[in-house]
Design a protein around this ligand. Structure first.
Ligand SMILES: [Zn+2]
Length: 425
């Protein structure tokens, strides 16, 4: 890491070591997506960092072109695990799925990497298991403790894996939900997990799935925290280097399309389920290994970046008001890389208290409590949290009945209304 400016260009692939990159998208230089600002702050000090993606022609890891120092990204972290119905239900599903398939029960030891407020570990602890969180965010450990979850406020690596195993025993499950793609030193992570796992233990990873990202043109998943965009084929390549084997995979709709990948010791007792080969085959058929696939993706991203701001400006020119629904980090990729600001979107609403009263990085759109939108209803809501569309539509029947409309930025900018079949996506 070149700590002089906190950013370095990615050369060697963090999965296979090759340095043969296909450029995919260049999204310019933008602020960190979770760096919500005080409205009183001087925006002149706001730093921007290059944001782009490239595909390794050898193992098909899709990686950011530049890596920002994790100390800048994670020590004070505004992302709090959503307590939405969708996510809570999903966490219960994850706990049940892994518990049933991999023989976990009362007394099992579960370590979660990137445990945030501890919401997922609570699901395991409720079933009588022993939970331990690992998360470098100093501002979140107290929240986890309030949820009854103990957290080590550290970055996970091989040393910490060994230390936890020595001091607290080997883990029956190591879980990393939406954290694996955030880690630059994947080798250190894989080694640490190998040290920490019991002989029958499994490592379950949930990541945004590269196939869904390409299929939905979900370029908003691309921001500085997400260093890697992964498919099962690439993960199998990585883990084989560390004596680990992919034994199970499950696709899920969460976060716009994710995949749960379960890894075990290569020599361990768990058979490889047929779903693994099926997904690897699907990836090949979907063109993950073809340069042309990434060219198509890049052109569709360019189209969204041209059409979305134009759509918003046309609506504003016609006198309409527009607010953002949700203020997720991914929404900041959409706003900053499309050049959308307060002229187009007057405010965003979000239920996360750490974001309320702040302004979004880059676009400086203010974040308000949801009640603000009920008092000042916009004509249109831009669905920055488009992955929660179903839940939002159920919650906002009144807004729709009153003539309000939603704009979905992805997979293609479009105005959608009550009863519109596009809302079902
Ligand atoms: Zn590679």
């Amino acid at each position: 890491m070149n700590t002089a400016d906190g950013v370095r260009r990615v050369t060697a692939c963090r999965v296979c070591g090759a340095d043969d990159w296909l450029p995919v998208v260049d999204l310019g230089s933008v602020p960190l997506a979770n760096n919500y600002l005080d409205p009183a702050a001087s925006y002149a000090d706001e730093r921007t960092f290059p944001l782009g993606a490239q595909s390794c022609r050898s193992c098909r890891l899709m990686s950011l072109t530049h890596v920002v120092d994790p100390e800048l990204l994670y020590r004070d972290y505004a992302y709090v695990t959503s307590e939405s119905v969708t996510i809570t239900r999903h966490m219960r599903w994850v706990a049940e799925l892994l518990g049933t398939r991999f023989g976990l029960g009362p007394g099992s030891f579960v370590v979660e990497l990137g445990s945030n407020t501890g919401q997922q570990l609570v699901e395991f602890q409720r079933a009588g298991m022993r939970g331990l969180g690992v998360d470098p965010a100093r501002n979140l450990a107290g929240r986890a403790a309030a949820n009854g979850v103990q957290t080590l406020v550290e970055f996970f690596d091989a040393d910490l894996g060994r230390r936890i195993a020595r001091e607290r025993g080997h883990a029956d499950l190591v879980l990393g939900r939406h954290v694996f793609g955030h880690v630059d030193d994947l080798a250190g992570l894989a080694e640490g997990v190998r040290e920490l796992l019991s002989p029958r233990g499994v490592f379950a990873i949930e990541v945004p799935y590269l196939l869904d990202l390409l299929d939905q043109t979900a370029f908003d998943t691309i921001y500085h925290e997400h260093l890697s965009y992964l498919c099962v084929s690439t993960m199998a390549t990585l883990f084989a280097r560390f004596g680990l084997r992919v034994v199970d995979v499950e696709r899920t709709a969460v976060h716009g399309g994710s995949v749960v990948v379960v890894v075990a010791r290569a020599e361990g007792p768990w058979p490889t389920r047929p779903s693994v080969d099926r997904l690897v085959e699907l990836e090949r058929a979907a063109g993950v290994f073809d340069d042309g696939t990434y060219g198509h993706f890049s052109r569709r991203v360019a189209l969204i970046r041209a059409e979305l701001p134009q759509l918003l400006r046309d609506l504003r020119a016609g006198g309409a008001t527009i607010a953002g629904y949700g203020a997720p980090a991914k929404g900041n990729t959409v706003l900053t890389t499309c050049g959308i600001g307060r002229d187009e979107v007057s405010f965003c609403i979000d239920t996360t208290d750490l974001k309320q009263g702040k302004v979004l990085p880059g676009s400086h759109i203010p974040v308000e409590v949801p009640a603000h939108a009920r008092a000042n209803p916009p004509d249109y809501f831009l669905l920055l949290a488009w992955n929660y569309t179903d839940e939002i539509v159920r919650r906002e029947r009144e807004f729709l009945a009153g003539g309000g409309r939603f704009i979905r930025p992805i997979p293609h900018p479009a105005v959608v209304a009550a009863g519109d079949s596009a809302m079902a996506g």
